[in-house]
Design a protein around this ligand. Structure first.
Ligand code: FMN
Length: 218
């Protein structure tokens, strides 16, 4: 399987860093091909801007939506966006791994989504290409995330509410919107205060989840 692994954590020696390293070894061991986008290490620029579109449709007023729709037809995006788009086009499965920041993904990853999964690329409201007719129907996606808070706080009836519900802003409104099949999110709660022993158990469990990838992917 071809996997694009989009990863966002600013510290390689973190729990997330070790989790990502575990994943890369496991996926390669299983014979999958993996392309990594390590966003902080790449210093990926998350800022959507006029220079993302070298062949502007309207050079007077910058309308990112219409510029993206037009650029998607010609491929005229900035080189850093084009490079990431090639990984997405190539992949059968997109895995997004990140620590929860304010109940969502870190801003650098949201910026990657804004710039790379651009209007016209994964979806196109102008041609009604979304959900069942989304442009990424041949792809699957999965979120892998860690929290500081315990599971009880992020459960239904807990102070924050069910984390899976919050993540629907990504899994449903972005990935399913683009036609992708969404695999269940893989969540490790209380990662910031995890013991070495429990951490090692979590790495093993995650490894087994990844080794089991197969029939559940489109
Ligand atoms: C800016 C910021 C915002 C955070 N927001 C949340 C949050 O909303 N909920 C939560 O459970 N943890 C939150 N955390 C804690 C991180 O999710 C937690 O430290 C991380 O998942 C632990 O993994 P790590 O050791 O690899 O960093 C936040 C941390 C930072 C730096």
């Amino acid at each position: 399987m071809k996997i694009c692994y989009v990863y966002a954590h600013p510290e390689p020696k973190s729990f997330n860093g070790a989790l990502k390293d575990t994943a890369l070894v496991a996926l390669k061991e299983k014979g999958h091909e993996v392309k990594l986008s390590d966003l902080y290490a790449m210093k990926f620029d998350p800022v959507l801007k006029a220079s993302d579109f070298p062949e502007r449709k309207n050079s007077e007023v910058f309308n990112p939506f219409f510029e993206a729709i037009k650029a998607s037809k010609t491929g005229a995006f900035a080189p850093d966006i084009r490079e990431e788009m090639e990984k997405v086009k190539w992949a059968d499965l997109l895995i997004f791994q990140f620590p929860i920041y304010f109940t969502s993904m870190p801003a650098i990853m949201k910026g990657w989504i804004d710039r790379v999964l651009a209007p016209g690329f994964g979806f196109n409201p102008v041609t009604n290409s979304a959900y069942d007719t989304g442009l990424f129907k041949e792809k699957s996606s999965m979120l892998v995330t860690t929290t500081g808070a315990p599971k009880e706080m992020y459960s239904e009836g807990g102070v924050h509410g069910d984390l899976n519900k919050h993540l629907e802003a990504i899994t449903h409104c972005i990935f399913e919107y683009m036609g992708m099949k969404v695999l269940p999110s893989y969540i490790i709660y209380e990662a910031s205060s995890i013991s070495k022993e429990k951490g090692a158990e979590e790495f093993e469990k995650y490894k087994q989840r990844l080794l089991g990838l197969g029939a559940d992917v489109v």
